[in-house]
Write a protein that binds this ligand. Structure first.
Ligand code: SF4
Length: 469
């Protein structure tokens, strides 16, 4: 078993994932969003290839031996070179090997990323350097058109990766790890790992309990969710990521909630007075400039039925500014219609996006923007009272986690598959679709999803008012 540059992504995410990839690999289909990213990556690589072909003769390598033969021949650019060093236990396929004036070859890769400072990129390019063994820095053709160089500064990280991967290759049993909601729920090995976490009532399954806190609590004798649920703030020691009585109390209640399915109110839920308008945006990160383009600014107005859905839509990023102005005009129109409005949204994303747009178009002093972002802002993040006032039987406190749960809000989206990444995929299909009917169909689906998002926050508001206000 050889170490590949592409092992870096799994290694950074979770050592067990890197071990399973090597010892018990599972075949899995990438989801539509990851497939979209992969397709974009291939298109970027093809564009770089075309650019190089315009300047130099390019030969495509077909094997390790063929790569060496092309190097011996001094071919200016070798595409998809194959490099192996069995002594170091490394294998890698850089997108390009580019011959320098002195005859040495420099490895280069096309990456959609805008930054060369990502660990996975640094390890990958660092491995290519090791395989070339000539000390030349590796090149990255980044998604924004920049070319970056990675040299000796990545060596320490590459050493750490190789040493750790060698140890994982020799390990006969999978390494012990803790649960991480953000990583495990999107991991292809979730079905393999989860039963084990549940069987041993791993404390890291609890929302807000970090793996390092779980390790320290285990050392202190609190090794299961049941034991934590039976503890008091005085018997739980201060441990990393779990210090102070407030956090400990919350963790104990989270353990009790996990076991019983009960909701524990921590405080009274205070919701602002006024006319509520529910607000949610959909944005596309895969733009030419990589500045997120909000293609849909969606609202649910009184009387909160499905046909009270209102929105600003733009067909592509060339209309980004018009969409932003349309949004500002809408909120001003609502403001004059209702004496005091509350623009309710879930999480900080909407407010942060308004701030970014104001910066993008140098409109920080615009009257509507200063109102939206100022002291008397109508924006209200409904996630705050949820996080501050309630302990819920959930592992994540996202809108869908709370709303879809049958014992909580119990609101179901019409399209079960929809989600924010789903919306990005649909919008990119919309962009590339030429058939007007198909385009309209895709747009209608995206609008339906966004409408359900704002209807969901309305249901969440009612649930909070009914049970906790
Ligand atoms: S499910 Fe979680 S613990 Fe298991 S391999 Fe994946 S990320 Fe690691």
């Amino acid at each position: 078993m050889l170490i590949k540059p592409s092992d870096a992504a799994a290694w950074i995410s979770c050592p067990r994932r890197a071990w399973l990839d090597k010892h018990q690999p599972t075949a899995y289909e990438p989801d539509a969003f990851n497939q979209l990213l992969s397709d974009r990556g291939l298109a970027h690589e093809a564009a770089m290839l075309a650019k190089l072909e315009n300047q130099f003769p390019v030969a495509q390598a077909t094997s390790f031996e063929h790569t060496q033969a092309l190097i011996q021949q001094g071919v200016p650019v070798i595409y998809q070179g194959r490099l192996v060093d069995e002594h170091q236990g490394l294998v890698g396929y850089p997108d390009f090997l580019i011959r320098q004036e002195n005859g040495q070859y420099q490895s280069a890769d096309a990456k959609l990323s805008l930054s060369e400072n990502k660990k996975a990129i640094q390890i990958q390019l660092g491995i290519y350097r090791r395989l070339m063994g000539n000390g030349l820095p590796a090149m990255v053709f980044l998604g924004d058109g920049r070319t970056a160089l990675l040299g000796d500064e990545v060596e320490l990280l590459v050493d750490e990766f190789i040493t750790s991967m060698r140890a994982l290759l020799e390990l006969e049993q999978q390494p012990p790890v803790r649960y991480s909601h953000s990583k495990c729920r999107i991991c292809p090995y979730e079905a393999h790992c989860r039963p084990e976490f549940e069987a041993r009532e791993d404390i890291s399954l609890l929302y807000g309990v970090h793996g390092k806190a779980a390790d320290a609590l285990t050392e202190a004798g609190i090794s299961t969710i049941s034991k934590l649920a039976a503890s008091t703030i005085d018997t739980v020691p201060d441990v990393p990521y779990l210090k102070g009585s407030k956090r400990k109390y919350r963790a104990i209640l989270q353990a009790q909630s996990f076991l019983s399915g009960k909701v524990f109110p921590l405080d009274k839920v205070a919701l602002p007075e006024g006319t509520w308008i529910h607000f949610d945006i959909e944005d596309n990160p895969l733009t030419r400039t990589r500045e997120r383009h909000v293609y849909l600014w969606g609202f649910l107005l009184p009387a909160y039925a499905k046909d009270n859905f209102d929105y600003v839509w733009t067909d592509d990023e060339t209309s980004d500014y018009e969409g932003w102005l349309g949004f500002l005009q809408k909120v001003e129109a609502y403001r004059s219609l209702y004496p005091s409005i509350v623009l309710a949204h879930y999480s900080n994303h909407e407010k942060a996006t308004i701030r970014k747009y104001a910066e993008r178009y140098a409109m920080e002093s615009h009257a509507t923007v200063t109102w939206l972002l100022g002291q008397d802002s109508p924006l209200f993040d409904i996630q705050n009272p949820v996080l501050n006032c309630l302990v819920l039987p959930l592992q994540g406190y996202g809108l869908k986690d709370i709303c879809k749960h049958p014992d909580l809000v119990n609101f179901q989206w019409e399209n079960q598959e929809s989600g924010s990444q789903w919306s990005v995929v649909q919008f990119n299909r919309f962009l590339s679709e030429t058939n007007p009917r198909e385009r309209q169909k895709l747009k209608t689906e995206i609008l339906g999803y966004n409408r359900d998002d704002v209807v969901a926050t309305r249901h969440l508001e009612l649930w909070l008012r009914n049970f906790f206000d």
